[in-house]
Design a protein around this ligand. Sequence first.
Ligand code: BTN
Length: 326
Amino acid sequence: MKKKAVLTELERTDDYVSGEQLSEILGVSRTAVWKQIQSLREQGYEIEAQPRIGYRLLKRPDLLLPAEIASGLNTTCLGQEVVYYSEVDSTNEIARRLAQQGAAEGTLVVAERQTKGKGRLGRAWVSPEGEGLWFSFILRPKMLPPEAPRATLVAAVAVAQALRRETGLNIRIKWPNDLLLEGKKITGILTEMNSEIGRINFLVVGIGINVNLNLHSIPPEINATATSLNAHLKQPASRLVLLHRCLEELEKYYELWQKGAFPEILAEWRHLSATLGNQVQIKMLDDMIEGFAEEVELDGSLRLRLADGSVYQVIAGDVAFDPPKL
Ligand code: BTN
């Protein structure tokens, strides 16, 4: 019997389903059905059992369990394999290890909480339990290593579109890959690569989305620059629904990229950009540079027009000042 078979049957109706019906439909004994009901309860599902009537699903846990993710996910590759943790150091680290052991493209690692969430440029990513989406997935694009930075731009467009459609909020992209809401960070993306000179072995794309963050319990320095969807929606958002939409959009845009439509995706990136058309300051290692953000190039770099009229191409850095474009 498939792990989520009983759950799928209970989800089909708001009414009771008898143990007999379940064992007939699933072709297993009533003891096997009972065992699965018990295991679902242990995972946090509330299931009522009425003698001689049957079982009824009352409440699903607010957890990103593999069975929950599988139910209603409309993808063919991304998230078809799910590795779930209630607590982990970093989903990127786990995904990297799995990819090294040969895990399939699309494998998703998701956690309720990260104890050592990693941000870009060696920073930490605050990932409190159940308050956000902290996930990573494995890609194995048939491309050359210099094309890898594009994965982050593709992911930024996909997640921005998923969140915009699902919440109606005006989410924008700050170069290279932060998603902002009213000028504050709502999502970060960290792409890591394993490659040889002539080929990408795998990419791990890690995404952190502040969904229902308790903004009072995060460090003040992060609170000053970050925000969370619930603060703008004035109510908690469903992490599961958002995860489904993100995975679906990520798969769609990844396929487009593979088919050669990167210029079109970049055009969407430009359209969603909070950086282009502004005077910005960019922090690069120990240096700071200021200029007018003119264009994002096909390699993902940012073209700055400096005060003396010259052009400066920024490959990696952090936009320090970037007023929101509303
Ligand atoms: C950044 O903006 O600095 C990138 C943040 C990326 C955070 C996500 S959360 C899931 C995945 N696991 C990690 O350790 N980091 C990424």
